[in-house]
Write a protein that binds this ligand. Structure first.
Ligand SMILES: NC(=O)c1ccc[n+]([C@@H]2O[C@H](COP(=O)([O-])OP(=O)(O)OC[C@H]3O[C@@H](n4cnc5c(N)ncnc54)[C@H](OP(=O)(O)O)[C@@H]3O)[C@@H](O)[C@H]2O)c1
Length: 264
């Protein structure tokens, strides 16, 4: 595993496990499979309704070896609500700290929510603060007055939507860009893409491994999700090879510069 040093000097694994759409016993099973396979970063969110299942899985492992991310969303849209919901997330996750807490998307009340997050950060209940789905202008506006520069902005990012300009801007201000849907959520026939398949054959890897390696090699952390134990395991096997500059350029050529999800 490789790590990203966040702007407050905390080390965050560059590859983590996404849990969107995993629920109940299946979520617990997949999170356990991920930890057994070597993942230490687990990404959840209040919106996914699975914090408790994540908590049920992680309580069987050494908490100090794990990096847990969760996110506040619309129901927490005030200082007071965010304050209460941070405690609720801690309860759900059955832990006394969250490694990284994000605001799931920009809200009119983002700064109020962030105030509650900063207080929890100061008291050690949160180890790093961040945001998600903020575009360039929303980010620049936010950092004018937010006080603590977000350590992470988690955004849509994959071979078809690389977001290199946003990555550059975030890095200039000290924020790391993390990729959600790093496998494009299986859209666009990503696993059969000719460029990915050619490069995969060359390195004796899968197209999914090439898509993930491309991101981490570009300094972007990624949180692929899978509900299948073999795919969970293979998605983390990307640290035993290096893509050549030529192959990185070929992969950069897949960028269409357009979201596949229309989040913004
Ligand atoms: N902040 C945000 O707004 C936001 C938005 C979206 C997602 N996220 C986070 O990012 C995580 C990842 O995004 P995502 O779940 O949307 O999509 P993803 O990780 O890009 O792709 C998941 C899809 O790819 C399939 N898959 C995974 N590994 C594979 C492999 N090796 N070969 C073939 N198929 C494979 C999965 O199917 P199987 O399960 O059948 O393997 C699933 O259909 C989420 O789980 C969530 O934690 C955050």
């Amino acid at each position: 595993m490789e790590y990203i040093k966040l702007n407050n000097k905390i080390d965050m694994p560059i590859l983590g496990f996404g849990t969107y759409s995993l629920q109940g016993a299946e979520c617990e099973k997949c999170v356990s499979a991920a930890i057994e396979a070597g993942y230490t970063l687990i990404d959840t969110a209040r919106m996914y309704g699975n914090e408790k299942s994540v908590g049920n899985a992680i309580k069987h492992y050494d908490r100090t070896k794990l990096f847990i991310t969760t996110k506040l969303y619309s129901p927490s849209r005030s200082y007071q609500k965010a304050k209460v919901d941070i405690e609720n997330s801690l309860d759900n996750l059955q832990t006394d700290y969250i490694d990284l807490l994000l605001i799931h998307e920009p809200y009119r009340e983002s700064l109020d929510m962030y105030q509650a997050m900063k207080e929890a950060y100061a008291s050690g209940k949160i180890k790093a603060l961040g945001i998600s789905n903020f575009n360039s202008s929303q980010y620049l506006n936010f950092i004018k007055t937010c006080g603590v520069i977000p350590a992470v902005n988690q955004v849509e990012c994959h071979v078809f939507y690389r977001q290199s300009l946003l990555q550059k801007l975030l890095e200039e201000h000290g924020t790391h860009m993390q990729a959600w849907s790093p496998l494009a959520c299986a859209r666009n026939s990503i696993f059969n893409n000719a460029v990915l398949c050619d490069i995969a054959n060359k390195y004796e890897k899968t197209s999914a491994q090439i898509a993930l390696r491309y991101l981490v090699q570009a300094g972007i952390s990624a949180i692929p999700k899978s509900s299948n134990a073999e795919r969970i395991k293979s998605n983390i096997e990307i640290f035993d090879f290096v893509l050549s500059d030529e192959d990185m350029s070929k992969l950069a050529g897949l960028d269409k510069g357009k979201t596949l999800f229309g989040w913004y």
